[in-house]
Design a protein around this ligand. Structure first.
Ligand code: FES
Length: 91
């Protein structure tokens, strides 16, 4: 981690589908620094101008701060919903 080593294939990972589309305000700027910080035993914190885009090209969020799930247990992927605490995720 954080790099893919194809373990998802052996684990039988299947995508849970597209997140629901929501109205997202246009960002004042689309460039600039994007800081990615792994939180302790929790999500990745992104700070900066960010657009979250699905694999099919739909933008589901435009934001300047977001927490992305890295434990795999969120019911609201790609966003963290706090499930990492319930499952005892250890980074
Ligand atoms: S990291 Fe928070 S729900 Fe996965």
């Amino acid at each position: 981690k954080p790099f893919c080593d194809n373990s998802h294939i052996k684990a039988g990972f299947t995508a849970t589908g597209e997140p629901p589309l929501k109205e997202a305000q246009v960002l004042e700027a689309r460039d600039g620094p994007l800081n990615v910080t792994p939180t302790a035993n929790g999500p990745l914190k992104l700070e900066g101008n960010a657009e979250i885009v699905t694999g099919t090209g739909h933008t589901v969020a435009r934001t300047t701060k977001v927490f992305l799930c890295r434990c795999g247990h969120s019911a609201n992927k790609p966003f963290c919903d706090g499930s990492h605490k319930r499952v005892g995720f250890v980074a």
